[in-house]
Design a protein around this ligand. Structure first.
Ligand SMILES: NC(=O)c1ccc[n+]([C@@H]2O[C@H](COP(=O)([O-])OP(=O)(O)OC[C@H]3O[C@@H](n4cnc5c(N)ncnc54)[C@H](OP(=O)(O)O)[C@@H]3O)[C@@H](O)[C@H]2O)c1
Length: 265
């Protein structure tokens, strides 16, 4: 890896997930990682004393080359933000490319949208950049994002908005389902600990079987329905009660919000 990598917000949930993944994967040496936060403390990097924690944006810009922007949208731009001509990879939801370009007119900008799997190396991180992004920046972007999972370049910023609503939701919808199943299990009289383990087996255990093949979801549903038994009865009732319609409405609302936030200043 050439050049030092800077992470603005390098101790936050996502910034630190990236920073530690880069270090643990040997993708970036501790001496080649520079981080900036607000509090001035970085206990999460205790195993990597060679990492540099700087005090302000000027130092980050002076000591690092490519920068990852991982502060919350409401905290951006941070004081002293003037990156000049360099690669910027923004993780910030709701800060559109146009606004980033206005704030950093000479920078080469990538917008990436990791998700809740980042801290376990299982993020799906779609990203968008203008068509003129140099090959070296493309390679570096892919290499950095691959440290936390899988990545795909998408052709339009609108696709990134859609993906912010979809993969960006991370554990949100499975958690909603877990909550509803857990409440039902308790209402049916199961002891709380048993109810918890049973629901966990559904949302975190069995669902792992979908890894590597979402098209297989239809086959799984069809196979379960073919037994014409207990699960088939439940799946039919869920569909009749609007399970798919509920998710359709959820994603419509989330996509609309992502598009609206992405266009506001
Ligand atoms: N969480 C997700 O699943 C997810 C997914 C995709 C994209 N994102 C995006 O990633 C970004 C970060 O999210 P997060 O969940 O990691 O947030 P977070 O945990 O709150 O972390 C924010 C980081 O920004 C630092 N920071 C805040 N203001 C600063 C300033 N003025 N100067 C320097 N550093 C400052 C914080 O430092 P201190 O801790 O010292 O205050 C912290 O390190 C957001 O824009 C979010 O939209 C998040």
């Amino acid at each position: 890896m050439t050049g030092r990598i800077g992470i603005l917000g390098g101790t936050g949930w996502l910034g630190q997930a990236l920073g530690l993944a880069l270090l643990r994967g040997g993708i970036v040496a501790p001496g080649d990682l520079v981080i900036l936060n607000r509090s001035g403390a970085a206990p999460g990097y205790a195993d990597f004393p060679g990492v540099t924690l700087v005090r302000d944006m000027a130092a980050l810009q002076a000591q690092a080359g490519p920068l990852v922007l991982s502060v919350r949208p409401e905290d951006f731009p941070v004081p002293g933000f003037a990156p000049g001509a360099r690669l910027l990879i923004s993780f910030m939801a709701a800060i559109p490319m146009g606004r980033l370009q206005a704030l950093a007119p000479d920078a080469r900008i990538v917008r990436a949208m990791p998700n809740g799997g980042a801290s376990t190396g299982r993020s799906y991180s779609p990203w968008f950049a203008g068509g003129d992004l140099p090959a070296g920046d493309i390679a570096l972007t892919r290499r950095l994002l691959a440290a936390i999972g899988t990545e795909d370049r998408v052709d339009s910023e609108d696709h990134l908005d859609i993906l912010s609503a979809l993969s960006g939701s991370g554990p949100g919808y499975p958690a909603l389902m877990a909550q509803a199943m857990h409440a039902k299990a308790l209402a049916l009289g199961l002891p709380p600990a048993i109810a918890e383990r049973a629901v966990e087996a559904v949302v975190a255990g069995s669902a792992a079987g979908l890894a590597g093949g979402v098209p297989g979801a239809g086959e799984i549903v069809a196979a379960l329905k073919s037994y014409r038994g207990i699960t088939a009865a439940g799946l039919d009732a869920a569909e009749a009660a609007g399970f798919s319609r509920a998710l359709d409405a959820a994603l419509d609302a989330a996509v609309a919000t992502a598009r609206r936030l992405g266009r506001e200043d």
